[in-house]
Design a protein around this ligand. Structure first.
Ligand SMILES: Nc1ncnc2c1ncn2[C@@H]1O[C@H](COP(=O)(O)OP(=O)(O)OP(=O)(O)O)[C@@H](O)[C@H]1O
Ligand SMILES: [Mg+2]
Length: 327
């Protein structure tokens, strides 16, 4: 038994569409422990959101979820609606990019947190209100008692995102999943929100999963990173290893496309991801990879230990992915 609060094993999500079956997530493993922040990073369409929406039973009915996903040992795949509902919100909560769409404009912010608390727990209104004010304080909202009386439109973008985090914490879940929580915010506010997540992780000992396409965000806050490509994990590494010794060409590409001081142009990864209606039989990145050889297309590569990282590159021992130092 692992001590992980969240575990994925051979987790899969596919969608039935008029054009065929979209294989969005194709066998992903992941363990996340209490007090740890894990980044999940990858290009648009790599399956980051669908993985976690799928495990929480939040996908439309054309989605098929397979494999295993547990929260505190409770299996979520094929779980009853009752199990899903009790785990969702209470043991695990998800925070999205756009807080306005998740906050109800006609209710005071405090009341929305109160409602969230009372869905799972039979607490008197006054006590729930006091807890809502405490939560607003926890996420760094000044004058929380007065703020609780206000409506979402009276909050700035950053304050709304803080309010969403407070709502997610309402039932004291063990796991927080944040899906691009800072993408819509300007850089200064983004940094403040990331600090809130860090405090939640270290002071409240929550497991935090930070989903983003931005490795820069991950670098600042995550302990470990899982890199996704075309519905698979291609690398898993500690944050320092990921930057110093990446073990997959796709990760190298992501690092090279980060904006850097003194560098005029970014180096984007050329080409585009595969069609997930018919993903290639081998490494999905091979078509865009400058190191690709015929053997890369021969079978689906699995993650394997390389140093202290896990890599799904079959050529990892034959290539040098450290940064090229200009002569
Ligand atoms: N309802 C759906 N029906 C069919 N395909 C879907 C559906 N929802 C998502 N997909 C497909 O699943 C794949 C993974 O999507 P997902 O939203 O998880 O990507 P992502 O990594 O979160 O990208 P982004 O960075 O843009 O948020 C994509 O190919 C997407 O087109
Ligand atoms: Mg997404």
């Amino acid at each position: 038994m692992s001590g992980a609060v969240l575990s994925l094993r051979d987790f899969r999500v596919s969608f039935k569409t008029p054009n065929g079956v979209v294989q969005a997530v194709r066998g992903v493993d992941l363990d996340v422990n209490a007090g740890e922040m894990v980044g999940v990073v990858g290009e648009s369409g790599s399956g980051k959101s669908v993985t976690f929406l799928g495990m929480l039973g939040l996908l439309p009915s054309n989605a098929k979820v397979e494999g295993s996903a547990t929260v505190n040992g409770v299996e979520m795949v094929h779980a009853s609606h009752r199990t899903m509902r009790s785990v969702r919100g209470k043991q695990i909560a998800m925070i999205f990019q756009d807080p306005l769409s998740a906050l109800n404009p006609v209710y005071r912010v405090g009341k929305q947190i109160v409602e969230m608390i009372r869905v799972h727990e039979d607490v008197p209104k006054k006590e729930a209100w006091d807890r809502a004010v405490d939560l607003l304080n926890t996420v760094g909202i000044p004058q929380p008692a007065a703020r609780a009386q206000q409506y979402p439109h009276e909050f700035s973008g950053g304050m709304r995102q803080r309010a969403m985090i407070a709502m997610a914490l309402a039932n004291n879940p063990d796991v927080l999943i944040a899906d691009e929580p800072t993408t819509a915010l300007d850089v200064t506010v983004q940094a403040q929100i990331l600090e809130v997540f860090q405090r939640i992780q270290s002071e409240l000992q929550k497991a935090v999963i930070m989903i983003t396409h931005d490795l820069g965000v991950i670098a600042r806050v995550a302990d470990r990173v899982q890199v996704m490509y075309a519905g698979r994990a291609v690398e898993r590494a500690g944050i320092d290893d990921l930057f110093a010794v990446p073990t997959h060409p796709y990760t190298r590409g992501l690092l090279d496309s980060l904006p850097r001081p003194g560098q005029e142009r970014l180096q984007p990864i050329l080409g585009s991801p595969p069609n997930m209606l018919k993903p290639p039989p081998g490494c999905a990145f091979a078509a865009r990879c400058k190191y690709a050889e015929p053997k890369c297309s021969e079978g689906l590569p699995e993650l394997a230990q390389v140093g202290s990282s896990m890599s799904a590159c079959v050529r990892v021992h034959e290539i040098d992915l450290r940064e090229e130092v200009p002569a």
